[in-house]
Design a protein around this ligand. Sequence first.
Ligand SMILES: Nc1ncnc2c1ncn2[C@@H]1O[C@H](COP(=O)(O)OP(=O)(O)OP(=O)(O)O)[C@@H](O)[C@H]1O
Length: 247
Amino acid sequence: MSESNSPPPPILEAQGLTFAYPGRERLMDGLDFILRPGERIGLVGHNGAGKTTFFLALMGLLKPQAGRVFFNGSEACTENDFAALRRRVGLLFQNADDQLFSPTVLEDVTFGPLNLGQPPAQARETALRTLGMLNLSGFEERVTHKLSGGEKRLVALACVLAMEPEALLLDEPTSGLDPETRERLIGILRGLPVSYVIISHDLDFLEHTTGLLCAMEHGKIDCSPRMSIHKHAHVHIHGDKPHVHQE
Ligand SMILES: Nc1ncnc2c1ncn2[C@@H]1O[C@H](COP(=O)(O)OP(=O)(O)OP(=O)(O)O)[C@@H](O)[C@H]1O
């Protein structure tokens, strides 16, 4: 097969990640994971399983004791490599306050495009367009720290999307959202032309926004087909494990 016919490399790949916080048991123990172009993955697992920690390792925000991370087929080794990865992969933090730091919404959403080198007028345009896409027009001059929890979450998502990322890592995006906003988020995610991984305990949300379900347990991630959410499957929590009834 000629090189041009070979499939594109995974957007993100983790090989053999191993990590423990000092004095704690291992949260990742030879963990492998692949996000391919076009894939939308739901990641479930009990509280404290290490899902957020895994995202931080993928982004280079935490250094595993062993293992490798690849971005578009190239290994990310240095801090510069991970900085480049972070310009192309958006992480929505579990806590929106970790994402928002500017006085106003517009300043916060403009920060990413400016950082990517867009001239101020273009960065402002990008930010306004992104806010509009999320139905947040009119929020531009709002004081970020005075927003409600759900509003903060959407503004944090706007900050991530304004960078026009190739892939998204979303850590519990529905927490704090009312049913209407949650529905709006489902529509937004379904319309995005990006691959993503969503950590969530909300299996109904994952059923609507992802095509593959993976579970993190005992330091590894299992994405075997039996975990997939099928169109007509009934999904619910069985014990602390996602449980899928086949037709
Ligand atoms: N900086 C830290 N130092 C020590 N332990 C930590 C640190 N950060 C997280 N932990 C612990 O590591 C474990 C895994 O945390 P993590 O947030 O990755 O889990 P999670 O699967 O995302 O959980 P949840 O579903 O509750 O958000 C937890 O027991 C947590 O208390």
